[in-house]
Design a protein around this ligand. Structure first.
Ligand SMILES: [Zn+2]
Length: 551
């Protein structure tokens, strides 16, 4: 136990990360003693009461449906189709006949981890996550085959490269229980959904791009070969490093990030000892070809709690990679939602000549924006500064946007992200949203909240304009109206620009609304931090176009 504690302490070195550790419980993945679980249960109950979803209201008929579904689980039906669930729902004591409500039911229970349900896999709703975990384990922890001589070569290949041959896969499934065997295709589809297995596109040495026919299990691949693997690639120049230093970086996040990139970019490959093309795709680093750029490769690698990115070039091309920076920010934001984690990180840069593991030379990207000189310890001077800023900070495009256009883009981003979150969270506290967050916009959320009529604005009726709401009106309903009106103002901007005096007023307004809403929604400082981030970040041409187009 003490050894494990020390290991955890070493893995989470800084104070920021330590605050995620509440207590230690020792459980085995083979033998589970009830006492430990009872203690965990107690702690969970204490923790749960502090969370925002505690005491949320749900329709009572959902409980009837949950109970009826439990009977299915008890007779060994661990996987049901959505059609079957619709049928069951229509025949409980308190029937649900609206398919949208069943959709909301499944979406909600998926989010809280009771079932596993994906809209695009309607034939496969997993009713018992433990069953799914067992099925996954048969692949990820399949050490039982080590002694099976007939499969030893493929097994070793799997352990070193993560490539799961058809033969290997057959063997793995052949000794599983019947209900795992008969759901083989669905289990594999779910594993792809959960970013556990992937079939990446690989670029061969001949420059041909092929889709891998075998699955890869990136979390299985050994990682100590970074220097060796990377040493096989020659390039003439490299960009400086973009480093995202997270407070806490869970390993599955890195793997999911790499898998997300592999869905869009072709993975570089090396010919391995058996003559096969092995993708450079491991649990904590991967090398991709940038789209439409045959002579540029993108390395993404994690070291400790830092995700790092570097572009490798065949020639000495100079161009800005700030769009890559934007993209990785978006990707991490999306994964944060998927993992239901608030991912906080600082963006830093370091000189191209530094190695992945050398983190002492990192400097905050904001310093570059303020045009502070970067002292490079490798080159003993300041000459790397310009190159680093032109690699990752957009300088040319920024000039083409006017201040008023940047104001409008920022306000639009705040409305679409933070204020929509605030209304959605409000709705989720009052009732059960029938749609997931991504399917909701402000007009929909406003209409729902207004229909439920729990938060009448101070003036005693809904609707009206901003001038109807006085500064002293601080009810939840007043802020719901304010959000609708801000959104409507942004929507009707023509041209898409906001002058500086209006911008100052709007900034004050959204800050106040965000502050009150986060207090009322028990969201700590989530909204005010997000607003602050958006107001401080630069706006790229692409972001401007996106926001303008949406309006
Ligand atoms: Zn340097």
């Amino acid at each position: 136990m003490n050894n494990l504690k020390t290991e955890i302490k070493e893995a989470v070195e800084n104070k920021e990360t330590m605050k995620h550790v509440l207590n230690y419980y020792l459980v085995s993945n083979k033998y589970d003693a009830d006492t430990e679980f009872e203690q965990i249960r107690k702690q969970l109950l204490i923790t749960a009461q502090k969370t925002t979803s505690w005491n949320e209201t749900r329709p009572v008929r959902w409980i009837y449906l949950e109970k009826t579904l439990l009977e299915e689980i008890n007779i060994g039906e661990f996987v049901l189709s959505k059609a079957k669930i619709l049928e069951i729902a229509a025949n409980t004591n308190q029937p649900i006949s609206d398919p949208d409500e069943v959709e909301a039911f499944l979406g909600y229970y998926h989010r809280i981890g009771t079932y596993a349900y994906f809209k695009d896999l309607p034939d496969c709703v997993v009713m018992l996550p433990q069953w799914l975990a067992n099925a996954f384990r048969c692949i990820v922890f399949a050490d039982i085959f080590q002694d099976d001589v007939s499969i030893i070569t493929e097994w070793n290949q799997f352990r070193t490269t993560g490539r799961l041959s058809e033969n290997c896969l057959d063997r793995l499934f052949s000794c599983q229980s019947v209900e795992i065997k008969e759901h083989r295709d669905q289990i594999l589809a779910l594993m792809e959904k959960f970013d556990i297995i992937v079939r990446p596109k690989i670029k061969l040495e001949s420059n041909e791009i092929v889709q891998e026919s075998h699955y890869f299990v990136p979390c299985m691949t050994r990682t100590e070969d970074f220097a060796k693997v990377i040493g096989l690639f020659k390039c003439e120049s490299k960009s400086s490093w973009l480093c995202l230093e997270l407070e806490f970086l869970p390993p599955p996040l890195t793997t999911s990030l790499l898998i997300a990139y592999s869905r869009e970019l072709a993975v570089a490959s090396v010919v391995d000892s058996t003559g096969d093309n092995g993708p450079v795709f491991y649990s904590n680093f991967a090398l991709f070809y940038l789209k439409d750029a045959e002579d540029e490769m993108l390395l993404i690698a994690a070291h400790k709690n830092i995700i790092q990115m570097q572009v490798w070039k065949r020639g000495h091309i100079k161009r800005s990679y700030s769009s890559l920076r934007q993209k990785i920010n978006e990707c991490i934001h999306r994964l944060g939602r998927f993992f239901q984690m608030k991912l906080c990180y600082k963006t830093k840069l370091k000189c191209s000549a530094l190695s992945l593991t050398d983190c002492s030379g990192m400097e905050d990207i904001d310093k570059f924006k303020e045009e502070t000189q970067y002292f490079c310890k490798i080159h003993s001077g300041f000459r790397c500064t310009n190159e680093m800023s032109s690699d990752w900070i957009e300088t040319t495009l920024k000039q083409t946007l006017t201040k008023e256009q940047i104001n409008a883009s920022r306000m639009s981003m705040i409305t679409r992200d933070v204020l929509t979150d605030a209304l959605y969270d409000r709705l989720a506290m009052d009732s059960t949203p029938f749609r997931s967050r991504t399917e909701c916009d402000i007009p929909y959320l406003y209409a729902e909240l207004r229909r439920q009529n729990r938060h009448m604005p101070t003036k005693g009726s809904w609707g009206g304009s901003l001038t109807d709401i006085k500064d002293k009106h601080k009810k939840i309903g007043d802020d719901i109206e304010r959000i609708r009106l801000i959104q409507s103002e942004i929507l009707h901007l023509s041209p898409f620009a906001i002058n500086s005096s209006r911008y100052t007023d709007l900034c004050r307004l959204v800050r106040d609304v965000a502050k009150r809403m986060e207090l009322n929604n028990n969201k700590n400082t989530d909204y005010t931090n997000d607003v602050k981030d958006i107001l401080q970040q630069g706006v790229s041409h692409k972001q401007f176009e996106e926001q303008e187009k949406r309006n």
